[in-house]
Ligand binder design. Sequence first.
Ligand code: SF4
Length: 191
Amino acid sequence: MNTESIYDYLERIANLIRTDVRKMGIARGLQPVQLEALHYLSRCNRYSNTPVAVADYLGLTKGTVSQTLGVLESSGLIEKQADLNDRRVVHLTLTDEGTRMVSESIPPNILKSAIEGLSESACEEITATLNRVLRELQAANKLKTFGSCKTCRYHLIHQEGRRQCGLTLEWLTQTDAEKICREHQPAVEDT
Ligand code: SF4
């Protein structure tokens, strides 16, 4: 019974949001999947801005992703750059136009106007609950978490305040800490 009613709410909310995002995308000449890929690339870190990671995150085949990224590149919304250490790996970054496109489209107006009417504590409560649902769903299905870097068990903050990835041992900035990552592993208290 609980599962059915949670499903009903999530499905209705997702449909309303998706319809509004679709309208925003079409008004700007983009299909929903192209806007979703653009949005992902605006949020992910440098370890996660590859075609394979886009496919993983969106649950799409490599072929569909390749087509999607081709359209974004030819529209001048993303740029490709070969990895400095491995020329076979390609990194994708948003152009200024791509960044503008995302910020004008997401989050969609339908959600913005609903959230504006809620108190800060209500927003925090909803965020915590949705985070819990997402984490449980990912854990139960052994899916990658794609969480924000600052919540990762490998995210180190040294005494002098410098941040470092304990997995790659590279230094991280404050901006890096907010980005989502393909290698993210939830901290113990986040599970
Ligand atoms: S600390 Fe975790 S989330 Fe951050 S870059 Fe390293 S592996 Fe990714």
